[in-house]
Design a protein around this ligand. Sequence first.
Ligand code: NAD
Length: 497
Amino acid sequence: MGTTECKHYGAYIGGEQVDASGGETFEVTNPANGQCIATVAKCTEADVDRAVAAAAAAGPGWAGLPVSERSKALLRLSRIIMEHQEELAALETSQHGSPIRKTMGFDVPLCAETFEYFAGIARAMTGDVLPVGPWARSFTVKEPLGVIGVITPWNFPTLMVVWKLAAALVTGNTCVVKPPSVCPLTSIRLAELCTEAGIPAGAVNVITGSGETVGEALVRHPGVAKIGFTGDTATGKRIMEVASCQAKPVGLELGGKNAMVVLADADIDAAAEGAVFGSFFNSGQVCATSSRIFVQESRYEEFAEKFVAAAKGLRVGDPMDPATVIGPVPFGAHRDKIERYVASAKKEGATLLLGGGRPDTPETQDGYYFEPTIFGNATNDMEFMRDEVFGPVSGIATFASPEEGVALANATPYGLSASVWTEDLRLGLNLANQLQVGTVWLNEHLMLFCETPWGGCKQSGYGKDLSTMVLEEYVHTKHIYIDTTGAQVKPWYGILK
Ligand code: NAD
């Protein structure tokens, strides 16, 4: 069941694993059985200084390469990741609990594809020639920002790093990554593979430790030009506050409380299948998970029945078993949090339709498992419908009219994503226009591609990951003006004469 050897990992600074300056370590455990799988360097502020210095030193050389050379390094990295697919997938599964069929079939291939995608699109990034007048040539160039601090959450431990790393690197920046302390191992291994791919030592560094100490030290560090953050909304607000002392830009991919709006004319079989994927992919530990499901009154019973029937068969168990689709959640305190929300849903009067507890099977006894859980008769003001539970728990509520469905979907401080289910695409588009979110899916939920921008509005943050749009997040645009006439004929010279 997963990796059992307790191996030591250093932070990755300047192209090698190093111990923390204070010599301390912390443990990473396998959530499927609670066993230690690694001890990891517990970095200090001095280590953050070391990592930022290494990234700054690697910066000019890396930024000075033609984009074609940076692109080739990313393509090599993409190939190397796939050569290590089994190793990386097993490591991800053993630190996170995500089933091996997902880490093999989704996380690792998508990491490789993301590097490949950014290797391609960066070569097409251009500046503009600006029509200021006949006396000058005026144009823009895109320059890297410098050292990027990449701070990421535990729900997709590798992919969330890769989304930012690929875009930041290919545009000529160097990076210091601060992965989540519960799942830091794949980030360290990925940094080693970056070096193997020919990305210079120091261009990718990984510091390991708690968010409050090393994460915050990275945000505060004057040598860091920008923070790319994915995580909880409360943490994002704190990071904005700390970064403000240097007016440092931050990109924020924050939480979500995403709605599915199922209209009376929808294909209910498809909507039920979509709800299973939207609610239970990665055990619902997805910022875009469909945890609030609004169904038009006349189809509520049918939808609830089909959703429950489709979710009933999901196999919960050992994540290393290729047949498993739901593994454990990554740590005990997180399962405790899920259990608190389930208790509160019951107390507030929601009807438990499926799950609601720990599975009772021999193989799940030692891990942090929780069953796929569905509540009916939910309302939008219940605690578990307001807050991000971030686990395999969804609630179904009803609405009378399409307008009410959209109003309920919008009645949240979050604005990440939503889906609308209807056979009437004109009405669907109309409702999509009214939803206050970064992404709307029609007759689908949770579809992301390298080509499509990802990011929210309201308290789900700002800025984008993925797509060609994200390149702009990691460069600054410099305007250069060249006088070509020498003659002082510009319109406003006369003002001083
Ligand atoms: P978190 O905010 O607790 O932690 C994220 C990272 O921030 C971790 O590496 C953590 O160590 C670090 N951190 C914590 N406090 C910090 C501080 N004061 N300064 C600097 N760094 C600090 O989030 P989490 O629990 O790991 O992840 C779950 C959250 O991530 C959910 O809210 C989820 O919706 C969100 N998320 C959003 C997206 C998106 O694209 N919008 C994607 C994935 C996850």
